[in-house]
Ligand binder design. Structure first.
Ligand code: PGA
Length: 226
């Protein structure tokens, strides 16, 4: 049976106090006996809050340096986070757009992450992006995870239909047969179950609906009930 996953991405949101409030609510309301796995990607500055609180979730970061540790001012290297997180989100369409991340840069980041034995979760919005990655880092198929996010569905309230998302995931599996694929883009507690059910999907990525702890917990319950 496939391991179902809900991955939350806070993006550039939350003061430390807001993050503490989120953790407090989650701790007190978290559904305990879950079949699915929850991964949360807060920002770098929030990671310390999670290391002192025992929550049943895995942690990831939203980005990572393409360089190893060293003289790279402003960067956060894999080495710095490897004791704190298991997953690293790479190549989100917002980073491709606002930070000019190319396939080359993304492949460098994947290499850094694989070298330290963390799981790279690469975001793609089409098959060509995955083909480029597989040409540059073929071992991604064995050790990576994909987050398929059609750009028009992100934060728009207009998700791709679960059936169309599954067709796309099937095409992505033709290029990288072993990776788990999540769908992201306007997933809410009301529609999550229909994505979880799809044969080529192993779960969902959630932006907006992960920001309020109450909404996120509701979504987790809905996904777990399937
Ligand atoms: P959204 O974002 O859930 O707010 O649409 C998805 C994402 O970018 O991960």
């Amino acid at each position: 049976m496939k391991q179902l996953i809900v991955l939350g991405n806070w993006k550039a949101n939350k003061t430390l106090t807001e993050a503490e409030d989120w953790i407090h609510f989650y701790k007190n309301n978290y559904p305990t006996e879950l079949k699915l796995k929850v991964i949360l990607c807060p920002t770098f500055i929030h990671l310390g809050l999670f290391s002192t609180t025992n929550l049943s979730l895995a942690l990831g970061v939203q980005d990572i340096s393409q360089f190893p540790k060293g003289a790279y001012t402003g960067e956060v290297s894999v080495d710095m986070v490897k004791s704190l997180v298991d997953y690293v989100l790479i190549g989100h369409s917002e980073r491709r757009k606002y930070n000019n991340e190319t396939d080359q840069i993304i492949s460098e980041k994947v290499r850094q992450v694989l070298r330290e034995k963390l799981v790279p979760v690469v975001c793609v919005s089409n098959v060509v992006q995955l083909q480029k990655l597989m040409e540059l880092v073929p071992e991604f198929n064995k050790f990576g995870m994909l987050l398929y996010e059609p750009v028009s569905a992100i934060g728009s309230g207009k998700p791709k239909s679960p059936e169309d998302a599954n067709i796309m995931a099937h095409k992505l599996h033709e290029v990288a047969p072993d990776v788990q694929i999540l769908y992201g883009g306007s997933v809410k507690s009301e529609n999550v179950a229909s994505y979880i059910k799809q044969s080529d999907l192993s779960g969902v990525g959630v932006g907006g609906a992960s920001l309020e702890a109450e909404a996120f917990v509701r979504l987790i319950y809905a996904a777990d009930r399937g």
